[in-house]
Design a protein around this ligand. Structure first.
Ligand SMILES: NC(=O)CC[C@H](N)C(=O)O
Length: 313
């Protein structure tokens, strides 16, 4: 197998030539103007080595990838009580769908669809003001990545607030079932700001290290979350991280992954690597078109799929 640096450089070169790049999300106006030709990839290996290619150092809107970090925070603060208000099953519906809430008592199927992440945001809000909860998420992500230069893009957060009618509907609907405990504007303030986190592929891959390393941040040796919970977050990423495209992603890539409508994907090769890719064009399910293709090729060339037999291991 060629070295990882070579593989990543080759994939970036192939993606630069790719004809079908998908469509940039335009329902959030601040995302509509992002250049669809962008492509970045960063891979942080278990020993800390970081390989990058393309636009891996350019910050983009991580959007729903933030749901991995908010779930981790909520599990850390309220533990398994999280599962009283949000489920653990794939929804098979679009990321912003409302339909299942009606027959399922306002309990979202999983923490990665919008409804589920809004409930998680409501948990993180707890007894705080939204500003403090957003600060807590920001500090957490900065500490995971080991970088202070991560910020919330105020223009994206404002655009989401102005146009987030579906999310407002989801929050109100769940409030009617008692599954949102705060005023919806406060809970959504947390949610919109976490989605507006701007990070580069490099920062995102660094932030994901604890998920490849059994809950430990390998840079500091500190426990972020228990090994059991890290394993379970990976399981949820595999089954629910791409919404109604999760089966296809598992089929093609075979790694736990979480996508965002900014075109990013965080993928975890347990014990091996934390990987972030970014290409703004999306497929019909709202997941990065070239991001998935790049990961498919990476896994094919490295043998990193979790379904690959470990030879001699
Ligand atoms: N899939 C996504 O990344 C969706 C997140 C986006 N902020 C929304 O709520 O619609």
């Amino acid at each position: 197998m060629p070295g990882l640096a070579t593989i990543i450089a080759e994939i970036a070169a192939e993606m630069a030539e790719a004809p079908h790049r998908g469509m940039v999300a335009d329902y959030i106006p601040a995302l509509a103007t992002v250049d669809p030709r962008k492509f970045g990839i960063a891979v942080v290996e278990a020993d800390g080595t970081c390989h990058m290619a393309g636009d891996a150092d350019e910050a983009f809107s991580i959007q729903s990838i933030s749901k991995v970090f908010s779930l981790t925070l909520a599990l850390g603060s309220i533990g398994d009580k999280v599962w009283e208000r949000v489920g653990r099953e794939p929804s098979g519906t679009a990321f912003n769908s409302i339909v299942q809430l009606e027959t399922e008592a306002g309990i979202p199927r999983n923490p990665f669809i919008n409804a589920g992440a809004i409930v998680i945001a409501d948990m993180i809000l707890g007894n705080h003001a939204p500003r403090e909860a957003i600060g807590e998420i920001l500090r957490f992500v900065r500490s995971l990545a080991g970088e202070d230069g991560i910020f919330v893009d105020g223009a994206v957060a404002a655009a989401e607030q102005e146009t987030g009618f579906r999310n407002i509907a989801l929050a109100n609907y769940m409030r009617a079932f008692g599954n949102i405990r705060h005023q919806v504007e406060l809970t959504l303030g947390v949610y919109f700001n976490q989605c507006a986190l701007a990070m580069s592929c490099r920062q995102l891959a660094l932030a994901g290290r604890y998920l490849m390393a059994g809950g430990i941040n390998p840079a500091t040796g500190h426990s972020v979350i228990s090994p059991r919970r890290a394993r379970r977050i990976n399981a949820l990423m595999m089954t629910c991280g791409h919404y109604d495209g999760s089966g296809e992603f598992a089929f093609r890539v075979g790694l736990p992954g979480k996508s965002g409508v900014g075109g990013g994907i965080l993928a975890i090769a347990p014990g091996r690597a934390s990987i972030a890719v970014w290409s703004p064009g999306l497929n019909a399910r709202g997941n990065s078109q070239l991001g998935a293709l790049a990961l498919e090729r990476l896994v094919h060339r490295t043998g990193w799929s979790v379904f690959e037999p470990v030879v001699g291991g």
